[in-house]
Design a protein around this ligand. Sequence first.
Ligand code: X8Z
Ligand code: ZN
Length: 598
Amino acid sequence: MKRFLTVILIGFALVGCASKAKIQQEAQAFLDAYTAEYKALAYAADKADWKSNTMIIEGDTTNAYATRKAKEALAAFTGSSANIEAAQEFLGRRNKLTPLQVRQLEKILYMAANNPQTVPDLVEARIKAETEQTEKLYGFDFKINGASISTNDIDQILKTETQLPRRLEAWRASKEVGASLKDGLVNLQRLRNETVRALGYNDYCSYQVSDYGMETQELLDLMLQLNRELRPLYREIHTYARYELAKRYGVEEVPDMLPAHWLPNRWGQDWTSMITVEGFDLDGALQDKTAKWLLEQAERFYISLGFPELPGTFWEWSSLYPLPPDAGYKKNNHASAWHLDLDKDVRCLMSVVPSSEWYETTHHELGHIYYYMSYSNPDVPILLRQGANRAFHEAIGSLLGLASMQKPFIAHLGLLPTEAQAHELQSLLKEALNYVVFIPWSAGVMTEFEYELYAKELPRDQFNKRWWELKSKYQGIVPPSPRGEEHCDPASKTHITDDPAQYYDYALSYVILFQLHDHIARNILRQDPHATNYYGDKELGKFLRDLLYPGGTRDWRELLRETTGEDLSANAMLRYFEPLMAYLKKANEGRKHTLPDV
Ligand code: X8Z
Ligand code: ZN
């Protein structure tokens, strides 16, 4: 009797296996066919998009038209009912599929939700509106007193000019682009919401957040927590900046809120250049380097860790430097990294000049490039060639960016006299002016504005009003004079146009980057996290390559726990900046704090 039962059980198991194998085979056939077509269409769309971003000729719609057509073809495929139904059908039997197959099918549905062909007119209208808006944004001719000026030059004025009227001119010029984008943004607000609603998302924001496996509220709670954790430190920095800048500009009465044109950045998101640390003047040291040197140095850093050289096509096809003013066309002025064919074709779009900001940005962008190159391997299917999550993708390059700015490494490069005794707390303050100052902007202003824009359908007559309420609440920054709804200051930030409802990626990436850096410094390099030298460390190189290799095939929470032993938390970041609190409290003695709680 017992033997009989065993035979029956084995028989059942075999039938089960056979059908499982068959379903997996069918699913694989579908995935293979999907992938082949997807890869070709995505490459065509990316190549057209690349042209649209690198050669913007006023009045010439050829590139924009080609981009639209290529994106429409890709959307028609990814959003097709046949593909949606097939993916849903297979996912209905998910317990019979491999985890990798399930992930790919979920990715197919995720992409479909942005382009559902149940509403083809809406998708087409959105693609058209996005392409036109991007051209307008990067084709914009910034002017001061009627003379054209590049964004690099505006940034330079905001970093160095001490005369407030000159600063005000530059700041105002930098915001002009927003007004020209207002109608387009109103249109995109509606089109982005409506397209994702066709597949059941509440709004465009919840669609973008779902990529992390999170609900919108969960993400907003996390951002608020982050803002609150960093608030005491940010309050000290805010006070310090108000008093120090008032001194610099010769203003006797220190204002409660920072006027936007006082800060060394168009959006007040990075105040690094506010101070120069004695004995540690990177901007000065970079003056006799070329832009190309900055890029090659960043490449050398990655190579020293065991990453390969960049492919020849990277150098050939990238667009790395500012255009000459008489080029006759414009290009996207914000840095980005592209993975055009989801395989070997990797490129950067930058406008590198020798400055500390671009020095850091080259490391950031090459981080994306080396991430692309690492997960373009036979173990990662084309559809999962992405970061563990979007924030991981941002974190890698920023991590190397942070490491590339630390003193032992800079000294190793010969950019500092080795005997220089840079003031450690001043150096830490300079870093906080980058990483801490960034949080109220990213986790506060940008995240909440875009949440309200999409999820709350913010009316057009409140764009600027809300924007400045949020700037004041989170960053403690006010406009130089009232900015009515004839302006559209949020649209001066490029991400509002071409990276919508995703800016919290950067806030999360800073949290992740400090977790990774803390782990690397303590457990791999055995160095003080404030003074590391990553250069040439092979064990660290292996750690990074192992982290990047699986791309989107792994659950990001598991990967983080496995690599750092911790869940997502700002503790490492808080610990890093802890020594600064006492230093700033002392510097701020007798000064009035004015920054409200959040
Ligand atoms: O946009 C970027 C990168 C593009 S991948 C340069 N960043 C954010 C910004 O500039 O606003 C990096 C940090 C924040
Ligand atoms: Zn980036």
